[in-house]
Design a protein around this ligand. Structure first.
Ligand SMILES: Nc1ncnc2c1ncn2[C@@H]1O[C@H](COP(=O)(O)OP(=O)(O)OP(=O)(O)O)[C@@H](O)[C@H]1O
Length: 264
């Protein structure tokens, strides 16, 4: 299995994240089993697979969010630009500024729109002065395609926005610290079709500047937004490759069954 995976791994792109022999345990539950993958820069990689197969668990390895779960134990090697992110010298808080995350349910802080976006730059000391912070907030809201809707109400609470706007605010908050990687865990599952389409369009824009990894339950969404797809099943990374190839000519029968709707 490992050889097939590596043969299918994308070798020609510029690689941002490499994972080798990754295992995750929650107590006695073995949730991720010996995963090897190379994730390309400036592309969208989708993680798909049936419920409970380990997509979110593996996503959380990339910014060490599993560190916050007491029963979770991660083994193996994960590197970003060749740097071992589990090295003792790596500060997880700094890592999470470099590897931003957007969650399933929009979770703006109970603060103004401005302060939501300014939060990360403030705690990481990224702005020289107020004018600089204003510029970061504006640029982040523009990148999240929210500036036009938010510019006249920056002092109003983020929680007063619509669900789709809140999710774009969370994307603006994530990009405000100039991350290199954006992790998205089912970012559209709480959104209506119009807001989903806006966020999907935004994801396509974001890949110009970031490496984006998205967990999705929707195969249509994976096909629309991603260039690379990883199919997980029972904790294994079964198949990984170009999205079009995975959806039209999957090589593993488990992938074929899943995309044709027979499992999951
Ligand atoms: N905090 C936790 N504590 C204990 N077990 C967990 C925890 N989080 C996940 N698991 C277990 O690890 C396995 C993988 O779960 P994970 O949430 O990563 O799957 P998933 O593919 O993202 O699922 P879904 O699509 O339903 O969100 C499952 O067996 C799940 O029950």
């Amino acid at each position: 299995m490992k050889d097939t995976k590596l043969e299918n791994a994308v070798q020609t792109d510029e690689i941002k994240i490499t994972a080798r022999g990754v295992q995750v345990f929650y107590g006695d539950t073995h949730a991720i089993k010996d995963v090897d993958v190379d994730i390309a820069d400036k592309m969208v990689t989708a993680f798909i697979g049936p419920s409970g197969c380990g997509k979110s668990t593996f996503l959380r390895c990339i910014n060490r969010m599993n560190d916050t779960i007491p029963t979770a134990r991660v083994e193996g090697d994960i590197r970003i630009d060749g740097e071992d992110i589990y090295d003792r010298r790596v500060d997880p808080v700094q890592l999470r500024a470099k590897v931003g995350m957007v969650f399933q349910k929009p979770n703006p802080f109970p603060k103004s729109i401005y302060d939501n976006v300014a939060y990360g730059p403030r705690i990481h000391g990224l702005a020289r002065d107020k004018a600089d912070l204003d510029a970061i907030v504006e640029q982040s809201l523009r990148r999240a395609a929210l500036w036009d809707e938010a510019k006249d109400r920056l002092a109003q609470p983020g929680t007063g926005l619509s669900g789709g706007q809140q999710q774009r605010l969370c994307i603006a908050r994530a990009v405000a610290t100039s991350p290199e990687i954006l992790l998205m865990d089912e970012p559209c599952s709480a959104l209506d079709p119009i807001a989903t389409a806006q966020v999907e369009e935004l994801i396509d824009e974001l890949r110009r500047n970031f490496s984006v990894v998205i967990v999705t339950h929707s195969m249509q969404q994976a096909a629309r937004v991603s260039q690379r797809t990883a199919f997980f099943h029972l904790g294994h990374l079964v198949e990984f490759g170009e999205t079009g190839h995975i959806f039209t000519s999957p090589e593993d029968p488990r992938t074929e069954s899943y995309i044709s709707g027979r499992i999951g």
